[in-house]
Design a protein around this ligand. Sequence first.
Ligand code: NCD
Ligand code: ZN
Length: 351
Amino acid sequence: MDRLTIRTPDDFHVHLRVGAMLTAVAHFTANQFGRAIIMPNLVPPVVTTAHAVAYRARIAAALPTSSSFVPLMTAYLTEDSDPDDVAAGHAEGVLTACKLYPAGATTNSAHGVRDLSRVFGVLAKMERIGMPLLIHGEVTDPEVDIFDREAVFIERVLSKIIAAFPSLKVVMEHITTSDGVAFVESAGANVGATITPHHLEFNRNAMFRGGFRPHFYCLPVAKRESHRLAIRRAATSGAPKFFLGTDSAPHRIGDKESACGCAGIFNAPFALESYAKTFEEENALASLDAFASVNGATFYGLPLNEGTITLERSGSEVPATYGEGADSVVPFHAGETLDWKLLTAPTNFRV
Ligand code: NCD
Ligand code: ZN
């Protein structure tokens, strides 16, 4: 097979940032996807409906007016989040979901939640109105080994949220472990997970190959090979609980190559080509459409996109960097040639 046409896909987890970075990166996501769930971890974070309206306008301003890309906005949960504001934002079609960051778990999460009981009012409301909760599933307890933080989160926190709110739609974002796969598979149909292209592609050794490689560092951190194989099986299975979320998270080169480097991998320019590589290696190209274009929208209760995109086996050369000097960003697969190439920009169903 030299060409692969699938329904226009969506990205259910992306960081578009603000300012010059937003202008530099938004078109990559808009070129690959019909819609994307936009992460709210700005400084300061997107907490209220009003913040999300303003951020959505900034995203639209960073794209050509002809773009049919639809940003799906999220609100960052804090211990002061107002259940009525969140519900009103959802009812108005501004807020698609809320994001739960345990305080200190990752980039710009200082305003996140320390005491889960403080957000129970919002979670109860979200359960009632069918609004999805997106979770960064890692404990922040420094006593817990960084490679165990996802598994410990499932045991200590996630299982409690699901027990307390059994009908709440929950997406465990960017799962990286066999524990994450097993938990999602054993939970009800209201629990799903996103999987990134980079966690499918490399294990934790990539960070240490011949020296320390900061461009392979993200959170949750990549785990050992057995975990990578588990998420590859889940993603390529076609099972409806698992869907595409790139977690593309650009940082300026100096913020990555630093004594205290930022977590995040910028994969937006060749995200679909990267996923296609994994699916082909697993002999599962036939399941790419379900993973990329059907499962996430169905889970969220969104209409499927109406257009298609086509990938051709003609090769994509990934640049070593984008941008100039201190403002440059190193992409995932920098300097490599990927087998697949996205041919058509997506067209999208507009809600
Ligand atoms: C993300 C970022 O940089 O905003 N970083 C990352 O490593 N994935 C935050 C996140 O999603 O954890
Ligand atoms: Zn993220």
